[in-house]
Ligand binder design. Structure first.
Ligand SMILES: [Fe+2]
Ligand SMILES: [Fe+2]
Length: 184
């Protein structure tokens, strides 16, 4: 029965499109968050790309005024979201690998700073974006993030990358990307 087959064909196509949309749409955000990291192809470069993304968000955040409540909340949420993924990647793979290679102090120092960074997000939400205390607190937050990022990029990460084999670096990149996929 050609007609019935044709009808079934249309239904099947519609179902397939629906399924494809169902698979694709919830992952659009995931794909957007992952693309820069995965494109970098190297764990240090991937983390640097994420640092640049966070810097741009802080740039915008520090230019807001006390009346920009919605913008402040939106930017803080974006920063918290980006930092959350970033922290999972570093804390679940890179920092343990640093410790395993004997760089225990560096691993603990960076982990302690992440805990402080999380406290800043909590503090900013608690004090409220329409208060006079908010912007000075946001500036303190940025100062910590900036110093932390600089230490990772200019000292700790490149030295570690150079000290291990390219196979080990490849494994770290794969493991780190997998951690990022789970949360973004
Ligand atoms: Fe970090
Ligand atoms: Fe980092």
């Amino acid at each position: 029965m050609p007609h019935a087959n044709g009808h079934f064909g249309r239904l099947a196509t519609g179902a397939a499109l629906g399924l494809a949309a169902g698979l694709v749409l919830p992952h659009a955000r995931k794909a957007m968050m992952q693309a820069p990291t995965l494109a970098a192809g190297d764990w240090v470069e991937a983390l640097k790309t994420e640092h640049r993304m966070v810097e741009k968000l802080f740039d915008q955040l520090l230019q807001t005024s006390q009346t920009d409540m919605a913008k402040r909340e939106m930017l803080l949420t974006k920063i918290a979201y980006a930092l959350n993924k970033h922290a999972i990647e570093e804390e679940n793979v890179i920092y343990p690998a640093l410790a395993e290679s004997g760089r225990t102090e560096q691993s603990h120092h960076l982990g302690d700073e992440h805990a402080l960074i999380k406290t800043f997000i909590y503090d900013l939400r608690r004090i409220g974006s329409t208060t006079a205390e908010w912007l000075p607190k946001a500036r303190e937050f940025w100062a910590l993030v900036e110093a932390h990022v600089r230490e990772e990029e200019q000292e700790i990460f490149p030295a570690f990358r150079d000290a291990i084999s390219s196979d080990e670096n490849g494994t770290l990149t794969t493991m780190m990307n997998w951690e990022g996929l789970k949360v973004a």
